[in-house]
Design a protein around this ligand. Structure first.
Ligand code: AVJ
Length: 339
């Protein structure tokens, strides 16, 4: 198998079986400042969850995945362990795998193993904002699978979809795992999946990992963990504002709470000011005023049922073909096929 790439300047051949594209993305730093300014000026203050994930935030998220209350990661792994060969068999071969937000790619090896049991070689395209995560995961996977080739993209995945750098030639199985789709408002989720379906061919497929709607107490406990790891994860965005934008947030002046809104179908996370405060942010030349108990909305984590999934699929150019779940129906991996 060979990949032909015509003269990109941002391409690093890391090894014989590993190519890395790096998006310059200078606009990312600028957008953090702009988004903090507009988010903290709004009547309902808000900050976007994508800013949780600097090195510390990513480490805190890994810790969340180990919490007994946070069943999502563990349950998705169980489903993949059990059904990866069935998932691979549901798509025509030979296939290539594209993964949006690959992270450590720890769960992906199950699908890669199943694909390599069904075909001679495999091209894997992981996309992640963190190039160190891409190096780490590619090295581990290439060491484990000798018939694997990796073309990685260190970038925002929307940007990769837009840039047309992602070149696939065979049947595509795209992966968007870990309930990451849950961070998008319903209309944004349709737009993102729509961009995915528009980038691939009819018959190509997407495996989408989603957390299922369930009892509010279980959902809320998964986010309000008693150890306080999730609170630290959320407060890290304030710490980032302090570090990167010269902010003066007192992290102890905020508490954290998450609650399930069954009407919207989302767990909404908030940082709550414990007293009235005025917080200067030097790089933005602004002072942010907080009343006692005023909140900053930091994240929505949407939950789905089968009807939600078929509606989402249908609106974004896919058809819901199959749903694999655990025995307790806590989590699901859905196969959406491009129509
Ligand atoms: C990575 C977006 C799937 O919403 O469940 C975990 C992030 N936030 N605990 C989620 C998160 C708080 C997570 N996702």
């Amino acid at each position: 198998m060979s990949v032909i790439i015509s003269g990109p300047t941002d391409l690093t051949p890391v090894g014989e079986r590993f190519l890395l594209y790096r998006s310059p993305a200078p606009e990312f730093a600028a957008s953090f400042a702009d988004d903090v300014r507009s988010g903290l000026s709004a009547p309902q203050k808000h900050l976007a969850p994508k800013y949780f994930y600097d090195d510390l935030g990513s480490a805190l998220f890994e810790a969340i995945c180990e919490l007994p209350e946070y069943y999502l990661t563990r349950t998705e792994s169980e489903i993949l362990e059990r059904y990866a060969p069935e998932m691979i068999a549901a798509v025509a071969h030979p296939l290539e795998i594209v993964e949006f937000g690959s992270g450590s790619a720890r769960k992906t090896r199950l699908l890669i193993g199943a694909a390599l049991a069904a075909q001679d070689e495999l091209l894997y395209h992981p996309i992640d904002i963190s190039s160190s995560a891409l190096h780490g995961s590619a090295n581990a996977l290439l060491g484990e699978f000798d018939r694997l080739q990796v073309t990685a993209y260190a970038s925002d995945y929307v940007e990769v979809l837009r840039s047309a750098r992602l070149r696939t030639s065979q049947r595509v199985l795209a992966l968007f795992l870990g309930s990451n789709i849950g961070n998008y408002q319903p209309s944004e989720a349709v737009a993102l999946l729509g961009a995915m379906s528009a980038s691939f061919k009819p018959g190509d497929a997407l495996l989408l990992g989603v957390d299922l709607k369930k009892d509010a107490a279980i959902l809320e406990l998964a986010y309000n963990d008693p150890t306080g790891v999730t609170a630290a994860f959320d407060k890290n965005v304030l710490a980032r504002i302090n570090r990167e934008l010269g902010g003066r947030f007192d992290l102890d002046g905020f508490s954290f709470a998450a609650r399930y809104d069954a009407t919207r179908g989302s767990v909404d996370s908030f940082l709550i000011a414990q007293r009235g405060m005025v917080v200067p942010i030097a790089a933005l030349g602004m002072h942010v005023r907080f009343a006692t108990a005023e909140t900053i909305h930091t994240e929505s984590s949407f939950k789905f049922d089968e009807a939600d999934l078929s509606r989402l699929a249908e609106r974004s150019g896919f058809r819901l073909q199959k749903l694999w779940t655990d025995d307790e129906r806590k989590f699901a991996v859905a196969l959406l096929v491009i129509v």
